[in-house]
Design a protein around this ligand. Sequence first.
Ligand SMILES: [Zn+2]
Length: 74
Amino acid sequence: MKEIIYLLDLDPKMEKEVYSSIEKISKILKKKGLKLMMSPPKCRSCGFEFYRVKASKCPRCKSQRIQEAIFVIR
Ligand SMILES: [Zn+2]
C-alpha cells in the first residue's frame, strides 16, 4: 500500500486551523477507505512525545532537537 508522508513546518498560530482541516481530510479519507494517522512531534534527545502538532522545546530535557509531526495516509 502506498503511503503519503507529510512533514509540517507550521506557524503555532495556525495550529487550530490545521486541526480542523485534518478533521475534514480525515472524514473524506474514511469514505474512501483510507486512514489518516498522525505521529506527534518527538524529542530526539529523550523521546518525549508532544500532544500537539507544533513543538519547539522539550519540557522534560529542554532540548530543541524536536522531530516534527508526521502525517501518514494509508
Ligand atoms: Zn527531551
